[in-house]
Ligand binder design. Structure first.
Ligand SMILES: [Ca+2]
Ligand SMILES: [Ca+2]
Length: 501
């Protein structure tokens, strides 16, 4: 298996050089009159610690809350992958990770022969007469932003951190990864790249872009490094700060395989945070960054209001996945539990109910077909999401299926209204009653009274469940028929202790 994996990586390197097909955007000749604009706002690693989602009782996000009030808020929305590249690839191509094999931080899907011609959301809008533009992080990393390989007609500033502490990292984390850091230091909001990204959108909107437009604005925070200015830290005084509820024995009833999904990460475990007295500092930093990003969302929405185009614009706001801050004894993503899968998702604009609060489980995969319907674009073959139009008209409208999150081949989390079911590649399972146990403390998979529930939920496991695409790397986990498990190219032996840091 290891040899195969290495081979796969070698092939991919060659393939990466060979693929240089250009996908120049050729807007169709006919403009699309009377179609609404789209303002597509992405936030990175933003879990449900948003005021209106109540994931953390102290989260302050007045602008996102107001946006939710002006439209429909999805209270039970889940990503398709708990990691940047696979989540964004899924959302923007309308395909599940288990269909494409994009599970890791590499490859860019256009470098994969079988995927390179997929039509992304911005491409589809471009092909149908929209002026498309993008700033910040929409696809992962610099994907989709290269000069001859862009998914957008116009590019604003790229994603980034902006000001960094002059003396290097503020916290010496075990991985020493330069991104894994948090805290405050003297700098100004305007020196942060997310501020620059918002300023670009404000300027673009102030210039009253030609309608219809599709403008995408992607914020990088609260992705690590969680740096914010003191002003945002002051919203969360340390003395009254609430830490997330955890249980020390929470992993006693989760299978060993659950650890393989985040076997060794740049993000530290809870043990490190507690030993170094950093838990409160990280929670505070994350919340401060969330409130800062909320303020940037507010600046963009104010500019839209002032441009006079709010009533003609569909706004969709989403995050690519969540983030643990001590829950289940870890920090970071790469899990199939709520803190990693539950995300903010809001739609507002023409045709969308105001004040709607939808409790149906929905998927980020649903954004693509929903935007097609809202903007009357032609259908795209092979999209795997379902249009949310029924829920945007009536939040209580039924849904035919649960939300599914996948982290590498064979590992799936199924979220219905009442249950979370997890199936790992070695066949081990978890089951949580979300009504009685929303923090997912008690694994009920071995409860003999739950056999019927389990059987029902297992039916939703994806029937297409492909291995990693050529060129897959970073956070890739494989488990073969002989029981060999490989994390990022390294065999995990049955006797290996669970990494503590
Ligand atoms: Ca992310
Ligand atoms: Ca537990």
């Amino acid at each position: 298996m290891r040899i195969r994996f290495r081979k796969l990586l070698q092939w991919s390197l060659t393939a990466g050089v060979l693929v240089s097909a250009t996908r120049a955007q050729t807007p169709s000749e006919e403009p699309a009159p009377n179609r609404p604009n789209v303002l597509f706002i992405a936030i990175d690693d933003q879990n449900d610690w948003i005021g209106c989602l109540n994931g953390h009782p102290q989260a302050q996000t007045p602008h996102i809350d107001a946006l939710a009030e002006s439209g429909t808020l999805f209270l039970n929305a889940h990503c398709q992958a708990p990691l940047c590249n696979p989540s964004r690839t899924s959302l923007l191509t309308g395909k599940r990770p288990s269909t494409t094999g994009i599970y890791g931080l590499s490859p860019w899907f256009r470098e994969v022969e079988s995927l390179k011609n997929l039509v992304t959301i911005p491409q589809h809008f471009s092909n149908n007469g929209y002026a498309t533009s993008s700033a910040g992080k929409i696809f992962h990393g610099g994907y989709g932003r290269k000069k001859d390989d862009t998914e957008f007609q116009k590019l604003g500033p790229a994603a980034g951190v902006g000001a960094r502490p002059p003396g290097g990292k503020l916290v010496q984390t075990p991985s020493d990864n330069p991104l894994v850091d948090w805290g405050t230091f003297p700098h100004e909001d305007k020196d942060k790249q997310d501020y620059v990204v918002a300023s670009w959108a404000v300027e673009e909107l102030s210039a009253k872009p030609t309608a219809p437009f599709f403008m995408s604005v992607g914020f990088f925070l609260p992705h690590v490094p969680c740096y914010a200015t003191q002003k945002w830290f002051d919203l969360y005084p340390e003395e009254t700060l609430q830490l997330p509820e955890i249980r020390r024995d929470d992993r006693h009833d989760t299978p060993r395989f659950s650890w393989f999904l985040h076997w060794s990460l740049p993000e530290p475990r809870l043990k490190f945070l507690e030993e170094q007295n950093q838990w409160k500092n990280l929670v505070r930093s994350y919340l401060a960054c969330t409130s800062f990003v909320d303020a940037q969302v507010g600046r963009v929405l104010t500019a839209l209001d002032e441009s006079g185009q709010r009533d003609d614009t569909i706004i969709v706001l989403w995050s690519d996945h969540g983030f643990h801050l001590g829950e289940k004894l870890i920090t970071g993503k790469n899990t199939l539990w709520n803190r990693s899968t539950r995300v903010p998702l809001v739609f507002a604009g023409p045709g969308i109910a105001k004040g709607g609060r939808c409790e149906r489980p929905v998927e980020l995969l649903d954004i693509y077909p929903t935007l097609i319907d809202l903007c009357s674009l032609p259908a795209v073959d092979g999209l795997e999401g379902l249009s949310l139009i029924p829920q945007l008209k009536d939040a209580a409208a039924p849904r035919s299926r649960p939300a599914i999150t996948t982290h590498n081949q064979g590992n799936h989390g199924i979220r219905s209204e009442q249950w979370r079911y997890i199936h790992y590649a070695d066949g081990s399972e978890e089951l949580y009653d979300e009504v009685k146990d929303p923090a997912e403390f008690e694994n009920l998979a071995n409860d003999p009274e739950k056999t019927t529930v389990l059987a029902e939920l297992r039916k939703w496991l994806p029937t297409v469940d492909v291995p990693p695409a050529l060129g897959s790397a970073h956070r890739i986990l494989t488990h073969d028929a002989n029981g060999e498990t490989v994390w990022e190219g390294k065999l995990i032996k049955p006797s290996d202790p669970i990494p503590e840091l």
